[in-house]
Design a protein around this ligand. Structure first.
Ligand SMILES: [Zn+2]
Length: 152
């Protein structure tokens, strides 16, 4: 079995927009969510960015609220997608993994999106935490709507 060595993320534009809006809505508090999609070889295609409650409610770290996390996972599965990654925001720093982020790395098979500030602008960057390197991303068209609005 070949080691997961992500070399490209394809992100649906609408999901990028939703994750950015979620980060902005945090107003100084880290937000987090999970990413649903498909991984084929070393390419991860993301079709869903679903918010999860940060139960710590702090500006510099997050911990997923379990009930909220499982309900997001159910949405991903109900849409025949896989859990392929996680996103979180850095309200006061660039989208570069903190020491804590690297310690929390789930190890293999996941991509991590960080939304943080560069020169006052909110920016997103994908990371392979295990290998401590950024992953290139390309935006794709919108084939799906926001999942959590179409599922009750
Ligand atoms: Zn972080």
């Amino acid at each position: 079995m070949t080691k997961f060595n992500p070399n490209l993320v394809i992100l649906e534009r609408l999901q990028a927009k939703l994750a950015f809006e979620h980060a902005i809505s945090g107003i100084g508090i880290e937000v987090c969510g999970i990413l649903g999609g498909q991984t084929r070889g070393n390419v991860t295609h993301i079709h869903a960015a679903i918010p999860v409650v940060n139960r710590l409610n702090l500006p510099d770290r997050f911990e997923s609220d379990p009930a909220s996390h499982f309900s997001a996972l159910r949405i991903i599965r109900a849409n025949q997608l896989e859990w392929v990654g996680t996103y979180h925001s850095h309200p006061f720093s660039p989208p570069i993994p903190s020491k804590l982020d690297l310690q929390m790395a789930q190890g293999g098979g996941m991509v991590d999106l960080i939304l943080g500030f560069i020169d006052g602008e909110l920016s997103g960057r994908f990371w392979d935490f295990c290998n401590k390197r950024p992953i290139p991303v390309t935006l794709a068209g919108d084939r799906f709507g926001p999942f959590w609005e179409i599922i009750s």
